[in-house]
Design a protein around this ligand. Structure first.
Ligand code: NAD
Length: 488
């Protein structure tokens, strides 16, 4: 569990103040947030914690630069985003280390995240110059219906800690491409990555005030004050369903357009005809990417009875072999959870499930010592009604349940308030597509454990969210249609 590099130089070279109107500054009231290293529990550094006044100053900066940025040629906006992609790619290793330090994930996952995050800048650099809008003849034949897409305006972006780079670029990329200016409020656990991205954007040529970054441990009042400010026209939130629901009511007061990327409870279905090598490989990625701390993480495994024992044994074997430790050690395959509360939640879910009769095939109890570690755990014979099947685990725990028929699998999979993603493993493509259509969710992984792609629309149904990020649809979320009835 030893760190292999000296942590301090990396943290010292990273900005730790608020980024407002193109300047770095401390909070008006001097407050700071301690940033902890999840592998040790020790404080890495503290960053400025924005106040309500700072939040409103950031809105002012975004508002004042809005018209200039909206009028900037799409090609210029595209080239700035492209430069940001290149700078992120050049600094990939530094950013990856920063992510490991404040989030705890392993270096391999952090490197993948940086590559994925940078792709949003490249993708939206390409999207920025694609024309939007249409002209058609009205059905009466008397006039034309002209529709243009305009930038929606000042956008407040609120992001979680689990993908500190990608959740920020997935919002900033399309917002800037569409011609919007933004205030980003990153999660208090992981503000350093967001501040490093702000620095990159400024270097790439984003004008002062177009992107403002405001860490704050007073999220509730700061975000409310920004949403109550009539200059703000968009809220793009990624985080838990609980907080998203609360923010929707706040946004309702000023009728602010809201995009919501919320929690998930992904089912992972394995049919008896599946290729088990593929299924186990996909399961490992779907469950263990980011140590299970992903909204897309497989939360419940439903396996057809003839192969349930074989699948469970193989999954337990792979999960049990994972080396636990500090994410900075290249040999480590599972890092700590982000904080003590997350670890407590995971431990509670496992304990409750075992009290109900489930058995741990690997893992099953917390690791002693410093840091927020929990071992990879596979639970077999999980009874219906176990909370681990209905709550978002957000940790390295795989509960396995047997099913008999396709109809039963679909019913079990859809039995949740969430609808983000589902996974299906089968060698029968007809079955795979039929089941994918019947699943009530926004995304399906068919014989694969990763769905995320900057070019694809990411998002969920039911209480997993509203709207989509990524792809062409992600750009439209930051635009408003204007229809002009034209007579000529
Ligand atoms: P969270 O909801 O606790 O926090 C998300 C963000 O909201 C953070 O920046 C936080 O500081 C802020 N926040 C918290 N309370 C607030 C309030 N009252 N007002 C305004 N802002 C507030 O979520 P988290 O723990 O950071 O992240 C984990 C959750 O995010 C999981 O539920 C996960 O599924 C979800 N998530 C979803 C997606 C997706 O694309 N659907 C992606 C990643 C994470």
């Amino acid at each position: 569990m030893s760190a292999v590099i000296d942590l301090k130089p990396m943290v010292r070279s990273t900005p730790i103040d608020l980024f407002i109107g193109g300047s770095w500054r401390p909070a008006t009231d001097g407050q700071r947030i301690p940033v902890l290293n999840p592998a040790t529990g020790a404080e890495l550094v503290s960053v400025a914690s924005g106040s309500v006044d700072d939040g409103l100053a950031a809105v002012t900066a975004a508002y004042e630069t809005g018209p200039g940025w909206a009028a900037t040629a799409p090609r210029t906006r595209a080239e700035i985003l492209r430069r940001a992609f290149e700078l992120m790619t050049e600094r990939a290793e530094q950013l990856a280390v920063l992510i490991v330090l404040e989030n705890g994930k392993i270096l391999a996952d952090a490197r993948s995240e940086v590559a994925y995050a940078a792709e949003f800048f490249r993708w939206y650099a390409e999207e920025a110059v694609r024309g939007l809008g249409s002209v058609q003849t009205a059905p009466s034949g008397r006039n034309r219906i002209m529709v243009m897409r305009q930038p929606i305006g000042v956008s407040v972006l609120v992001t979680p800690w689990n993908f500190p780079a990608a959740m920020a670029t997935r919002k900033i990329g399309p917002a800037l491409a569409a011609g919007c200016t933004v205030v980003l409020k990153p999660a208090s656990e992981t503000p350093l990555t967001a501040l490093a991205i702000a620095e990159i954007l400024a270097e790439a040529g984003v004008p002062a005030g177009v992107v403002n970054v405001l860490p704050s441990c007073r999220s509730g009042p700061v975000v409310r004050a920004m949403l109550d400010d009539l200059r703000v026209r968009k809220l793009s939130f990624t985080g838990s369903t609980e907080v998203g629901r609360r923010l929707l009511t706040v946004a309702a007061d000023s009728v602010v357009s809201s995009s919501m990327e919320l929690g998930g409870n992904a089912p992972f279905l394995v049919f008896a005809d599946a290729d088990l090598d593929t299924a186990v490989r996909a399961a490992m990625v779907a469950k263990m990417r980011n140590g299970g701390e992903a909204c897309t993480a497989a939360n419940r495994f439903y396996v057809q009875r003839p192969v349930v024992e074989q699948f469970t044994r193989r999954l337990a074997c792979e999960m049990g072999d994972l080396r636990l430790g500090s994410g900075l050690d290249e040999r480590v395959q599972l890092g700590p959870l982000v904080n003590a509360e997350s670890r407590q939640k995971v431990a509670r879910l496992v304990d409750e499930t075992m009290d109900m009769g489930a058995t741990a095939r690997t893992g099953g109890s917390p690791v002693d010592g410093q840091g927020f570690f929990y071992p990879a755990t596979v639970l077999a014979d999980v009874p219906p009604g176990a909370p681990v099947l209905s709550e978002e685990i957000f940790g390295p725990v795989a509960p396995v349940v047997a099913f008999d028929t396709e109809a039963e699998a679909i019913e079990l999979a859809n039995d949740t308030v969430y609808g983000l993603v589902s996974y299906v493993c089968t060698s029968d493509l007809t079955r795979g597509l039929r089941v994918a259509e019947a699943l009530d969710c926004g995304m399906v992984g068919l014989n694969r454990g990763v769905v995320s792609d900057p070019a694809a629309p990411f998002g969920g149904t039911k209480q997993s969210g509203l709207g989509r990020e990524g792809g062409h649809e992600g750009l439209l979320e930051f635009t408003e249609s204007k229809y002009i009835a034209v007579q000529w």
